[in-house]
Ligand binder design. Sequence first.
Ligand code: PLP
Length: 439
Amino acid sequence: MSESLRYFSTRGRAPAATLSEAVAAGLAPDGGLYVPERLPTAAPADFDPRGSLADTAATLLAPFFAGDRLADELPAICAEALDFPVPLRALPHRDAQVLELFHGPTAAFKDVGARFLAACLRRLPRADERPLTILVATSGDTGAAVGAAFHRQPHVRVVILYPDGLVSPRQAHQLGCFGDNVRALRVAGRFDDCQRMVKAALNDAGLQHTVPLSSANSISLGRLLPQMSYYAHTALGWWREHGAPLDFIVPTGNLGNALACLWVRAMGLPVGEVRLACNANATVPEFFAGRDYAPREAVATLANAMDVGAPSNFERLRWTFGGDDAVLRQALHAQSVDDATIRHTIAMHADTHGEVFCPHTATAVHLLDRLRERGDTRPWAVVATAHPAKFDQVVEPLVGRPLPVPSALAAMLQRSASAAPMPASDDALKHRLQDPACA
Ligand SMILES: *Cc1c(COP(=O)(O)O)cnc(C)c1O
């Protein structure tokens, strides 16, 4: 067996952790994000050409888990979490591909990370008798995926924070429909407020003493690592068939999905160029255009799950390129897409080509459209992050017909839903977490 990897904080002021410790903690104690001491390398020949997504994941992630207490369980964790298809579908009118990541239980790619994290945490022994509270700030899709992954699991409670009025009605319904051990709080603020409140609670040692806390945001390694598997699986399949790397256009908010793609490339697997599609929240595109990194408050857009002004994985992105911004800017492109263009892209592709995309996916489709207009002929794969029916109020008027609802989503919409109001205050959340009446 290869040597075990240690995990360090991007801020360098936390002790080294094992994989299990890093996954269980979420955020490092110094407020940074866990990264491995180095990224392992891999080659196409390491993978079984007939393997499933779960098989690819188990091979890909084995060096990250080597020597850890979860290492023997990794194949079972992958099989349990990655049990739905992630098809690469041809988009003939653009001579491109769409990687559909929305066939899980809550119809967005967040199911991959949430289910894997849950499968890991279920297998980790806890010294503490008290239930673990998993805090999750969501801009729309993460909360439902985490709620679904932990619903009715014993000794775990999930507290979801979402920005009130800034998620789609169907997303809000999904977030509030679980009940039991999963509670939703609608915060009078933006996603960045929710994220800040979660971080403040996690960093409060006194609070952690009374209420054991963990997080399930895209800051968690337990979400980031499994997201690498669909890029590796897809790129390897393409490589075997075409003998060339596959280029990806990734819709981006907190940079978790995009980082997973970049880590697969950094490990030596055949991922080609990576382009990031952002909505009107242009923190990342402005950085790539040469300005200083300037996190800010998010603005609300049609692609609400990407309404992030201070992307939490930026620290990991910098780490990936050795902390050298010049190298980072060379390695990636990012572009901002406004709401009018998102609308136009959805309507035009539905009207002319019968293809329906969610508003997030539409940002990436627009980047593809621009590349093709400029005569680019590379084999791009556009990453489709959510099913359009989650955003029916935006998409249906643009395509002029009702969208079929995936059965898992339809079942959730049948249930009743509720969420408690919460001010955008760190202290208000801390009080609520300690209130036995809100258990
Ligand atoms: C979360 C989400 C994104 C953004 O993903 P990040 O990992 O935060 O960059 C894009 N699209 C959809 C539908 C999402 O739910």
